[in-house]
Design a protein around this ligand. Structure first.
Ligand SMILES: *Cc1c(COP(=O)(O)O)cnc(C)c1O
Length: 474
């Protein structure tokens, strides 16, 4: 028996193509231009090594394999590992999930103007150069001035993301002192960003006040002592306490802080530049209102409801912002030219009051269900006309909801009309996977035995691509 196995193994090993032979196959030649010869040789070595190990470790019989099938197996394996490697690269996807600010899919899609601005400054640009004087200029000045103007703040500062903004504010303004926060706001935002941990890391001593559902202005007042530096208010973002709740208004907290000569800092998270309550987002702090109500410093994200790139936006009183700008940590957290360019273009849209038509996040948010219903019906009609008569794909139109996402307004789910897909030969997970691995990838969600497509998060040009892919499904 043992002998038999040894000779089977020997036969199989003889059938195994050499690395050189594998490099000559059609599969290898097809990917050569993408990988380059050196990386392709590494991949081929990896394939041959893995197959050799498999042969030595398992009991496969040579009669189940010929020389040809083993070469084919090696070719398929090579194509697979190259595909898997390539799929770890960043690539464009069609977001059919209906989640507008989808953190895993890159949060906010940029406006046309922001994309153009990024491309224009990608070479040399005036990052720290003043054209008027021909001397060194202040980095970020354009975007920061726009931000201050739009929010009514005295000054603004931009860093890499809102988490960095929180770290900078706490380190520069509360280190070694106490920072007071309501128990109801000691939240985890997602991606392991926990407010209490950030405070500890920043060297601020956390003073929790009130109860999870109720904090009164007197709770804050009682906690203030000579070591208190600030009161912090954190927008709970992805989390809501409903029912028997109470918290003082921003104006009340600001009044208390200023009477006691300490700072009032609000982390608004997503925040809204114009008031978005018309679209169900009444709970999102409107930044200009927070500034007007007396917050000394407010932080929020660049790629949530603002609809631009990952960035941490800080607005507030002039001397507070100046302290942050001079802090050594700022150097480590400062933004790059592409971020400023995208923010400048996006903020221009807000200043001109054209944001609702120019910024994709706000466009998607403000689409009425009627509009989406019509688009979905039109799409279904086009699909019926284009699809093969013998297709196994079945589709219907159903009511459902989109999601804001990105930790913004968890309770708000705009009504939407969805295209529901089923396939006669593929189980629902396989249909989802097929769409996910198409070019471009289409990211969907599954509900029960159907794959759902929400056109709210799909642009007109992507609609045409989606139609092609669905019509070609066998
Ligand atoms: C999202 C969020 C953050 C983190 O913002 P990033 O830009 O992702 O770093 C911080 N605080 C609050 C309240 C948030 O909602």
């Amino acid at each position: 028996m043992q002998n038999g196995k040894n000779s089977d193994t020997a036969t199989l090993l003889r059938f195994l193509p050499s690395v050189d032979a594998l490099l000559q196959t059609a599969a290898a030649r097809k990917i050569l231009a993408e990988t380059g010869a050196k990386h392709l040789a590494n991949l081929a070595r990896n394939v041959v090594e893995t197959l050799r190990r498999e042969i030595l470790e398992t009991n496969e019989k040579p009669n189940e394999f010929s020389r040809e099938t083993l070469v084919q197996k090696a070719e398929d394996f090579l194509s697979d590992i190259w595909r898997i490697e390539k799929n770890t690269r960043l690539q464009r996807v069609i977001n059919a999930t209906g989640v507008i600010i989808h953190t895993n899919l890159g949060r906010a899609p940029l406006s046309e103007k922001a994309i153009k601005a990024i491309s224009e400054v990608s070479g040399y640009c005036t990052l720290e150069y003043d054209l008027e004087t021909g001397k060194r200029g202040r980095r970020g000045i354009g975007a920061e001035n726009l931000l201050a103007e739009i929010t009514g703040a005295e000054d603004a500062l931009i860093v890499n993301n809102c988490a960095a903004a929180c770290v900078l504010v706490l380190s520069a303004l509360a280190q070694g002192g106490e920072a007071i926060i309501s128990r109801g706001e000691l939240v985890e935002i997602g991606g392991d960003f926990r407010i209490p941990d950030v405070m500890t890391e920043s060297g601020a001593i956390l003073r929790e006040v009130g109860a999870t559902n109720r904090t009164k202005i007197s709770d804050y007042e009682k906690a203030i002592n000579e070591n208190t530096r600030m009161i912090i208010k954190v927008h709970p973002s992805n989390y809501r306490i409903i029912g028997f709740t109470e918290s003082p208004t921003v104006a009340e907290i600001a009044e208390l802080a200023h009477r006691k000569e300490i700072l009032f800092y609000e982390d608004a998270g997503s925040g809204a530049l114009p008031d978005l309550s018309e679209y169900g987002l009444a709970d999102e702090p409107v930044i200009s209102q927070r500034v007007a109500a007396g917050a000394d410093v407010v932080t929020f994200s660049g790629d949530k409801l603002l609809g631009a790139v990952q960035a941490g936006l800080i607005v507030g009183r002039r001397e507070v912002i100046e302290t942050l700008r001079k802090h050594p940590l700022y150097r480590a957290l400062r933004a790059n030219k592409l971020i400023y360019a995208a923010l400048e273009a996006t903020l221009e849209s807000f200043r001109k009051e054209t944001a609702l038509t120019e910024i994709p996040v706000l466009q998607m948010l403000s689409r009425s269900d009627k509009e989406i219903e019509q688009r979905t019906k039109d799409f279904a009609k086009k699909l019926s006309g284009k699809i093969d008569k013998n297709t196994n794909l079945e589709f219907s139109i159903t009511k459902g909801n989109s999601v804001i996402g990105g930790g913004s307004a968890p309770a708000v789910q705009p009504e939407s009309t969805l295209l529901a897909l089923k396939h006669k030969k593929m189980p629902v997970n396989e249909l989802e996977r097929t769409l996910r691995l198409s070019k471009p990838p289409i990211i969907t969600r599954i509900l029960e035995d159907k794959v759902l497509i929400d056109l709210r998060t799909i642009s007109e040009s992507e609609e045409a691509e989606l139609l092609e892919i669905l019509a070609k499904l066998k």
